[in-house]
Ligand binder design. Structure first.
Ligand code: ATP
Ligand code: MG
Length: 556
C-alpha cells in the first residue's frame, strides 16, 4: 500500500517501538473533546490522526467526552460533536465514553495518593498559592499545610466531598516538588471545591478534579495506550507520567504531543467565532465561510477531501500554518471525477438563435462527466432562446478574447456553433440580448470537422431554466492585511459573501437535496445549501472555484 512507500511519522515510530518492546500488545487511541463548542478543521486533524492510527494498527479508537469541568459543558454540543466525528468517518463503535462517569474512580485515585503520602489538603487561597508558587527563575515554597498527616488529609478530603467547605477554601494538591524547574510539578492542585451542577452527574459532586489529574486517569481506565494531544501540553507530560506512576497502573498510557493545525486566513478560535455569530456577521456556527466541521459540510466539503488534507498536512512537532488553498486543492481533486458537470449561468443575458425555429426544441444527450463514463448521461433541452453568461459576450473585445462578439463564432457546449450577428442594448447602454445564427451541421457528437472555433461557452435553455440563488465566498479574514485591527477587532473581508439572486440552472436539478454537489462548468464546484435551499428556491454554495495557482509542495 501507499503507506509503506512514505516514511512513518514520529508517532508511528513511537508506536512501532512500543509494540516491539512489548510495552503494549495492541494500541488504543482516543479523541477527547470538551463538549463546550463545535468542532473545527483542527479537531478533524486530531480525530483522523487518532482514528487512522487505530485503523493502521488494528487497535481501538475511543470517543470520550472530557466533561469534568461543570462550568462550560453543554449537552447540545455532545450531539453535534458525535455527528461531526461520525461524518468524518471515525467509527468509535461501542467505545463512547464520558469522563464524568469516572468521578468515583477519580475520587478513589485521589484517596490512594493521600494514603501514599502523595497528596495533601491545602488551605492557601488563590493569591497565597501564587506567592508560594515561585517563578520560572525562583523555586517555590512549601505550603504550610504540606505536612498534614495522612489521617487528617483523608478526613479533610472527605469533608470536601461532603460539601463542608465553601468554594475556593480548600484544594487537594499533589505532593511533588516545589523546587521543580517545571512549574506544573510544584504541588499542582488536583481537586477543587465547586458547588456546581454537572450536566451528567447533577448535584452528586461538589468537588471536581483538575484536567491534569483527570486526563491520565481517564486514559488509564479505558486502556488507552497512546494519548495524543497538542504541543501546549508538553510541559504537562511529567505530571501525566507522575499520576499514572503513582497510581500504579499496569501498562500505563503515554502522552505524545504534536503541533496544532493552523490555517491561513481562517478563524478557528471559539471566542472569535462566537463573536462573529453573536454580532450576526455570520449565519451561525455552520456559516459556510467558517471552518467548523458543520460549516465545511454545509459548504460542500466531503470527508474524503478532509482526510486527504489531513494526510497532506502530516504530523509534526513544529507549529506551522497551512495554506487554505491546500484545503481547496483537496476538495477539487476529490470532486473532479465524482461529480456531474452541469450548466448554470450566474449572470445571465439572453442569446437568441434567429434561424432556429420558434417554439421548437430538441433534447441533447449530455455526458455527465466526460472523464468518468460511470456517471452516465442526461438530457438537456436546446432551443431558440438560451441564457449565457454576460461576460461571454463583448461588444468590443480585447485581444485574445475568443468568446462571442459581433461576427465571431463559438461553440455552445454540447450543442452547435453559433455566430454573433447583432445585439440589443437598453436605454442605459446595458446589453440585453445577443442575436446569433447557428449551423445545424456542427452539432456536437456528430464528428463535424469542417472548421474550428476557439471558444466554447455554456448556456441554459430559457423556457426550461430554473432560477437559483448562488452564494460565492471568499476568506472571511485577509491575513495579508493583518488578522486584527488596531483596536483588537477582527479585520474582516467585506467581500466574504456575494449573493447572486438571478442565476439560472438547467432543469436537471429536480431531485437535488441538501449537501448534493456538482460542478458548474467553468464556474466551480457548488453544493445545495442545507439550511436555505428548497425545491421551490434552489440555493447553491460555491465550494471552490475551478482554477487555482496552488501547487502541492514537493516532498523533500
Ligand atoms: P478549548 O479552548 O476549549 O480547550 P480545544 O480546541 O482545545 O478548545 P478540546 O475539546 O479540548 O478543544 O480539543 C479536543 C482535542 O482536539 C484535543 O486533543 C486537542 O488537542 C485537539 N485539537 C484542538 N485544536 C486542534 C488543532 N488546531 N489541531 C489539532 N488538534 C487540535
Ligand atoms: Mg482543550
Amino acid at each position: 500500500m501507499e503507506k509503506e512507500t512514505i516514511s512513518k511519522n514520529f508517532i508511528e515510530q513511537i508506536i512501532d517501538k512500543d509494540l516491539a518492546e512489548g510495552k503494549y500488545d495492541t494500541i488504543c487511541t482516543r479523541f477527547p473533546p470538551e463538549p463546550n463548542g463545535y468542532l473545527h478543521i483542527g479537531h478533524a486533524k486530531s480525530i483522523l490522526l487518532n482514528y487512522g492510527l487505530a485503523q493502521e494498527y488494528n487497535g481501538e479508537f475511543h470517543l470520550r467526552f472530557d466533561d469534568t469541568n461543570p462550568t462550560k459543558e453543554k449537552t447540545e454540543f455532545v450531539e453535534s460533536i458525535k455527528a461531526d466525528v461520525e461524518w468524518l468517518g471515525a467509527d468509535w463503535k461501542e467505545h463512547l465514553y464520558f469522563a464524568s462517569n469516572y468521578f468515583d474512580q477519580m475520587y478513589e485515585a485521589a484517596v490512594k495518593l493521600i494514603k501514599k503520602g502523595k497528596a495533601f489538603v491545602c488551605d492557601l487561597d488563590a493569591q497565597q498559592m501564587r506567592e508560594y508558587r515561585g517563578t520560572l527563575t525562583e523555586p517555590g515554597k512549601d505550603s504550610p499545610y504540606r505536612e498534614r498527616s495522612i489521617e487528617e488529609n483523608l478526613s479533610l478530603f472527605e469533608a470536601m466531598k461532603n460539601g463542608e467547605f465553601e468554594d475556593g477554601t480548600k484544594v487537594l494538591r499533589a505532593k511533588i516538588d516545589m523546587a521543580s524547574p517545571n512549574m506544573n510539578m510544584r504541588d499542582p492542585v488536583i481537586y477543587r471545591v465547586a458547588h456546581m451542577h454537572h450536566h451528567n452527574t447533577g448535584d452528586k459532586w461538589c468537588i471536581y478534579p483538575m484536567y491534569d489529574f483527570a486526563h491520565p486517569i481517564e486514559d488509564a481506565i479505558e486502556g488507552v495506550t497512546h494519548s495524543i494531544c497538542t504541543l501546549e501540553f508538553e510541559d504537562h507530560r511529567p505530571l501525566y507520567d507522575w499520576v499514572v506512576r503513582e497510581l500504579e497502573y499496569d501498562k500505563p498510557p503515554k502522552q505524545i504531543e504534536f503541533a496544532k493545525l493552523y490555517l491561513t486566513n481562517v478563524v478557528t478560535g471559539k471566542r472569535y467565532i462566537k463573536k462573529l455569530v453573536e454580532e450576526g456577521i455570520v449565519d451561525g456556527w455552520d456559516d459556510p465561510r467558517l471552518v467548523s466541521i458543520a460549516a465545511l459540510r454545509r459548504r460542500g466539503f466531503t470527508p474524503e477531501a478532509i482526510q486527504k488534507f489531513v494526510e497532506l498536512c502530516g504530523v509534526s512537532k513544529a507549529d506551522s500554518s497551512v495554506d487554505y488553498a491546500m484545503l481547496e486543492y483537496c476538495i477539487r481533486e476529490d470532486l473532479k471525477m465524482k461529480r456531474s458537470r452541469m450548466m448554470a449561468v450566474l449572470d445571465p443575458i439572453k442569446l437568441v438563435i434567429d434561424n432556429y425555429p420558434e417554439g421548437e426544441y430538441e433534447m441533447l444527450d449530455v455526458a455527465n462527466n466526460l472523464e468518468n463514463e460511470e456517471l452516465g448521461y442526461r438530457k438537456v433541452p436546446f432551443g431558440r432562446e438560451l441564457y449565457i453568461e454576460r461576460d461571454d459576450f463583448m461588444e468590443e473585445p480585447p485581444r485574445k478574447y475568443f468568446r462571442l462578439f459581433p461576427g465571431n463564432e463559438v461553440r455552445l457546449m454540447h450543442a452547435y456553433f453559433v455566430k454573433c450577428e447583432s445585439f440589443v442594448k437598453d436605454e442605459n447602454g446595458k446589453i440585453t440580448e445577443v442575436h446569433c445564427t447557428y449551423d445545424p451541421e456542427t452539432k456536437a457528437g456528430t464528428g463535424f470537422t469542417g472548421r474550428k472555433v476557439k471558444g466554447t461557452i455554456h448556456w441554459v435553455p430559457v423556457p426550461q431554466a430554473v432560477k437559483a440563488e448562488v452564494r460565492l465566498y471568499e476568506n472571511i479574514i485577509d491575513e495579508e492585511k493583518g488578522v486584527y485591527n488596531e483596536d483588537g477587532t477582527l479585520n474582516l473581508n467585506p467581500n466574504s459573501l456575494t449573493i447572486l439572486k438571478d442565476c439560472v440552472v438547467e432543469p436537471s436539478f429536480a431531485d437535488a437535496k441538501a449537501y448534493d454537489s456538482y460542478q458548474f462548468v467553468r464556474n466551480g464546484f457548488f453544493c445545495i445549501d442545507a439550511k436555505d435551499s428548497s425545491a421551490s428556491h434552489l440555493v447553491f454554495n460555491r465550494i471552490v472555484s475551478l482554477k487555482s495557482s496552488f501547487r502541492l509542495p514537493k516532498a523533500d
